[in-house]
Design a protein around this ligand. Structure first.
Ligand SMILES: Nc1ncnc2c1ncn2[C@@H]1O[C@H](COP(=O)(O)OP(=O)(O)O)[C@@H](O)[C@H]1O
Ligand SMILES: [Mg+2]
Length: 303
């Protein structure tokens, strides 16, 4: 069956169904369970935040949805079809920007549409760059752009193939607070127009509340879904949304749950005690890149 977006039943396009998903990694003769029996249904057009401490399996879950990591047990359906490899159904924005350093911003964004055989790839890329406010930077190389600009190019690149599902892995984690807030508002504005499904990984409670319709709180050891919260704040959301009493209420409730668990947990063995005291520092320890062989994997891997 053809899995091109146009062939998928409109009712399920953009829907994600994760059922009984376990992912195990072999590490030096030992098997490490990164995800254990995860169940999650996401409706088309929903904005879901995956929230949890470092090492709880957020990236693994996102990569399973993208077809970069294969399930050890259970299944992941996107648009009603089992995910076997990266496809044009999903666009992904990585934690560290994954732009091709030897390509200009325009060439980076045009890469996906070109792979899909779109003859107007350059036009798509120009409009995409303009939509993230980078119309004047088409000819700049990634090294010539700031961190925030690179993530904007990454967002434009993920969206250039017009995927029903957008997966984002702590995309703003490395940005300063002001740039991060501007990026959050930009993302909501774009999502408001496109109405695609977004799964947004973060370890920042406020970011999860500000952005999402629903927060899925993940647990460590075993790594599975611990709790879910509907974020019933009105949209569109702006800077002022953070002053809403409901925002504070959610932040208190979810923040308490997150802290409770984090304080009981021993530190993951790959994090030094000094560094782990800052969530930022813990997030910066790179997870190993993993990928299955596929044409799309090339596009989705760190460039
Ligand atoms: N390729 C891999 N091989 C072995 N272990 C891995 C691999 N990728 C991730 N892990 C382990 O799986 C767990 C979950 O990792 P990850 O999904 O990156 O978590 P998060 O994104 O929440 O920080 C961690 O303990 C991590 O060390
Ligand atoms: Mg991660």
């Amino acid at each position: 069956m053809n899995s091109a977006p146009s062939q998928v039943d409109a009712a399920v396009q953009g829907a994600i169904d994760v059922s009984g998903l376990s992912v195990r990694y072999s590490r030096r003769e030992r098997v490490h369970t990164a995800l254990d029996d995860v169940n999650l249904s996401i409706a088309p057009g929903e904005f879901v935040a995956l929230l949890g401490p470092s090492g709880c399996g957020k990236t693994t879950l996102l990569h399973a949805m993208a077809g970069i990591v294969a399930p050890s047990n259970g299944s992941v359906l996107v648009g009603g079809e089992p995910v076997k490899e990266p496809t044009a159904q999903t666009g992904i924005v990585f934690q560290q920007h994954s732009l091709f350093p030897w390509m200009t911003a325009l060439e980076n964004v045009a890469f996906g549409p070109r792979r899909l055989g779109r003859t107007d790839a350059a036009g798509i890329a120009r409009r995409g760059l303009a939509s993230v406010g980078l119309g004047d930077f088409a000819d700049a190389y990634p090294a010539q752009l700031s961190g925030g600009m690179r993530q904007r190019v990454g967002l434009a690149r993920a969206l250039a193939i017009d995927p029903p599902v957008l997966l984002m892995d702590e995309p703003f984690g490395a940005l300063d607070a002001m740039t991060r807030e501007a990026m959050q508002e930009l993302l909501l504005a774009i999502w408001g127009q496109r109405k695609n499904t977004v799964v947004f990984v973060t370890h920042d409670v406020e970011e999860a509340i500000f952005l999402s319709d629903r927060i899925v709180l993940m647990d460590t050891a075993p790594s599975r879904v611990r709790a879910e919260f509907a974020v019933d704040l009105p949209r569109p959301r702006f800077f002022e949304t953070r002053q809403d009493p409901r925002f504070h209420e959610l932040r208190t409730t979810i923040g308490r749950l997150v802290r409770e668990k984090t304080e009981r947990e021993p530190l993951p063995s790959n994090i030094e005690a000094g560094r782990a005291s800052s969530p930022q520092a813990a997030a910066e320890i790179p997870a190993p890149t993993r990928s299955r062989s596929s044409g799309w994997a090339l596009f989705t891997r760190h460039g």
